[in-house]
Design a binder for this molecule. Structure first.
Ligand code: ATP
Ligand code: MG
Length: 402
């Protein structure tokens, strides 16, 4: 099974020529960091994004300010850039298909479509489980009252999730029993997936990348902690993971990316359960927040890797040269109660091994991702201690987990 049936041109797009332009759908922070990596290597970048002062358009050479499904916008992007990628998974699959008629698109629409639909994704992971031995959580698709009635008792307590558009813990409700399930479904309606609530020990993600020639690389395992549904910290390499679990998760990630016939960077989230077994949760068809540490701690960042895959250049080394602890910076740190303030970046940058990344968002809002800081060090203990010092400076409750 190779999901990506795209007839791909097989030729590197070298940097530093008149044609060396890479296109991106979406103008958020992931697009911005992709643009930085592309420009550092001698490419120009064109962004399709309806919003005016978005993070990526501030740095890209070309900004097509139209909707992601605007045919003229897509045609213009295609003319500007012979190779196009996406920075978010909810881009209309039809837009990727249309772009693929005029140039090379990675990842392909067929791969992105699977990641857009939780149920399709779980079916895909279940099929892959035959090779990987790693399966998704027990689940049941619910699209009608009939489906609701046929839910097995064994799936409760569980989590009811919308099949599409869920992110940062939005679009999901925890349900303890049938009554709560009925109430939650009545509110959510549409297509949902009920997942059995599993006893998680911790959560990890595995970043993989694959070139058009089928060559693939896998980064070290990163361990993620969420707060209020949003990624809070990533520690890499994961301090909790055993060599056996690391090997299993990395092998599963490589099998999954090969099964997809995927080109580009893919991030796969796994749960490690209290009994030590692992479960595959979901995948993001793009660089991921939990992979930001690669910018400062690995030979090749996830964004450079995406540039290399899109340009059909050899993939870079995934060696991690320093322990890394990444702290997400949300808009909340601009608030002291009701009063707005500017965070003390000078004090953050006085911490050894601190790398500050801010995304150029003018307005700080609570829960809005504004940037991140990665602390690199010779040991994880040191990286974590530095992350904790930063939390104190920024007024963020110190994480027990980090
Ligand atoms: P994001 O896009 O931010 O990764 P999401 O909204 O797509 O999140 P999930 O990653 O599926 O949703 O779930 C969010 C969090 O809820 C997980 O990180 C995990 O902590 C918890 N969770 C999800 N599914 C389960 C489960 N089956 N059992 C236990 N906990 C779960
Ligand atoms: Mg998730």
């Amino acid at each position: 099974m190779n999901i990506d049936k795209q007839d791909q041109p097989r030729q590197p797009l070298l940097p530093n020529t008149a044609a060396s332009r890479l296109g991106i759908l979406g103008g958020g922070q992931l697009g911005r960091m992709f643009a930085h990596a592309a420009q550092a290597m001698g490419y120009q970048v064109a962004v399709l994004e309806p919003e005016a002062a978005c993070p990526a358009a501030q740095v890209a050479e070309h900004h097509v300010q139209l909707a992601y499904d605007d045919e003229q916008g897509l045609a213009l992007l295609s003319r500007l850039a012979p190779r196009v990628t996406t920075e978010f998974e909810n881009v209309p699959a039809d837009s990727l298909k249309l772009l693929a008629t005029g140039g090379f698109v990675a990842p392909a629409a067929a791969c992105v479509s699977i990641a857009q639909d939780r149920l399709a994704e779980k079916h895909f992971f279940t099929r892959c489980g035959l090779h990987t031995g790693v399966y998704p959580a027990p689940h049941w698709g619910i699209a009608s009252e009939e489906d609701l009635k046929s839910v097995n008792d064994d799936l409760l307590p569980g989590i009811l999730k919308t099949t599409r558009m869920g992110y940062d813990g939005k679009g999901q409700v925890r349900v303890r029993n049938r009554e709560e399930l009925h109430t939650a479904y009545a509110l959510m309606q549409g297509h949902c997936v009920l997942e059995k609530m599993l006893p998680l020990a911790y959560e990890v993600s595995v970043l993989v990348a694959r070139g058009v020639d089928g060559e693939a690389v896998v980064y070290p395992i990163a361990e993620n902690v969420h707060r209020d549904g949003i990624l809070f910290t990533t520690l890499a390499p994961s301090p909790n993971v055993s060599p056996e679990v690391a090997r299993q998760a990395q092998k599963a990630a490589l099998d999954i990316i090969a099964e997809l016939g995927y080109v580009g960077v893919l991030c796969i989230e796994f749960f490690v359960l209290t009994d030590g077994s692992i479960v595959v949760n979901e995948m993001a068809p793009r660089p991921h927040n939990s992979g930001h540490y690669t910018m400062d701690a690995c030979d090749t960042s996830q964004f450079e890797q995406q540039v290399r895959a899109l340009a059909q250049l050899p993939l870079g080394s995934v060696r991690q040269h320093s322990a890394a602890a990444m702290l997400n910076i949300l808009g909340d740190v601009w608030f002291d109660g009701e009063r707005q303030r500017e965070p003390a970046w000078d004090r953050i940058l006085a911490i050894p091994g601190a790398h500050l990344h801010l995304y150029g968002k003018a307005e700080a809002r609570r829960a809005r991702k504004m940037g991140h800081v990665t602390f690199v060090a010779s040991s994880m203990e040191l990286a974590r201690a530095n992350l904790r010092s930063a939390c104190v400076i920024l007024g963020i409750a110190t994480p027990e987990s980090a």
